[in-house]
Design a protein around this ligand. Sequence first.
Ligand code: GLY
Ligand code: MN
Ligand code: MN
Length: 435
Amino acid sequence: MKMLDASEYPKRREELTKRLGENSAILLASGSEKTRNADTHFRFRVDSDFYYLTGFAEPEAVFLLRPGHDEPSVLFCQDRDPLMEQWEGKRLGPERAPEALKIAKAYSIKELHEKLPALLSGVETLHFPIGRYEWLDQAVGKWQRELKAKERRGPRAPLNWSDVDRVLHSMRQIKSKAEIEQMQAVADISVAAHKAAMSLSRPGIWEYELEAAIMHKFMMHGCQAAAYPSIVAGGENANILHYISNNQVIKDGDLVLIDAGGELDAYAADITRTFPVNGQFTSAQKDIYNIVLQAQLKAIEAIKPGVPYKSYHQAALNVLVDGLISLGMLKGSVEENIKSEAYKRFYMHGTGHYLGMDVHDVGSYVCGKESIEMQVGMAVTVEPGLYIPNDDDIPEAYRGIGIRIEDDIIVTENGTHNLTVAAPKTVEEIESWMA
Ligand code: GLY
Ligand code: MN
Ligand code: MN
């Protein structure tokens, strides 16, 4: 299973240290196990910010980075415990953590409340994920009160609390070479999963059978999970944007929309392909499909460093609206329909989002009121679609057709690199792969 090189994490802490300066600290939590039902838990998935800086994936851990101190990086983690380890698996433990993670100091998580106030003393700005963990919000408040109570005798409480996005998310937004390689690895597995589902497809197959084919590829190649619940939508189910029931049979002549991506060492892929269950597009399906495809290609073309983030949505929208007009489903000009938002009956979502450790990855899309500029190293999805309602005023052949096409794109010096280009995408590529 491909994992990020361990040297990446100390490098990130060094970079963040430069950005934080000497009077700031960052405090992160790894998260806790969540109950699924009764005494069963969901499989634990570590907090992305915490993992980004530590490479440590156990629950019940806290990390503090305080540039300029003797021990600038401090981890609190679960103790090693033979009984618990017998039932739940090995733990790293505070004794081994410094060497394994290249962290200055580690303590038992049991010592968190006793040690943390002193470690925070003198920090002017404390960055932490405000509002993400109720217990952490309360704990930071408690440590603040404890320091305040002692302030007249030396210790000093932080003067400011700042949300982590300011410093950390601007860093996560730009992917390093190693991150792009990791994203390519999970993209490759996810491409293979989509190809496998296309190969298995035939009239009468159940949506969950295709989901199983997808999950099989993810797990066979070392993915820990799907990056988000897979959408496998036959026929009109494709018009439900977050359809995840995946429990219907797909009938001859229908399209199948699959939106699925794996997660590998905490990096996500996010791919959508729409294909005919029987391997052959009808002429009406081709009409709509090729409009979405052209919109997607134009949108990808619109991405390059220095252009506003929103340009690729606008590029896709122009093609989609023009196509809807040419097929008689919208009246008037492209401009009028964009202004009146009449197109939202057929296209009600944006054309993409940042991608990385989180499928809808961190980073702002705007700076004040202005769209942010695309930069080299950003990763985005490009995912236009058309969702034709099954209504009387729609030409019969088009009713109920739902299509989305989604690729994962890295912004490069020269424009873009498409991580998921190998998943069959044109009508010809899909028909020939399925044949
Ligand atoms: N799969 C979620 C999305 O495409 O945004
Ligand atoms: Mn998707
Ligand atoms: Mn997406």
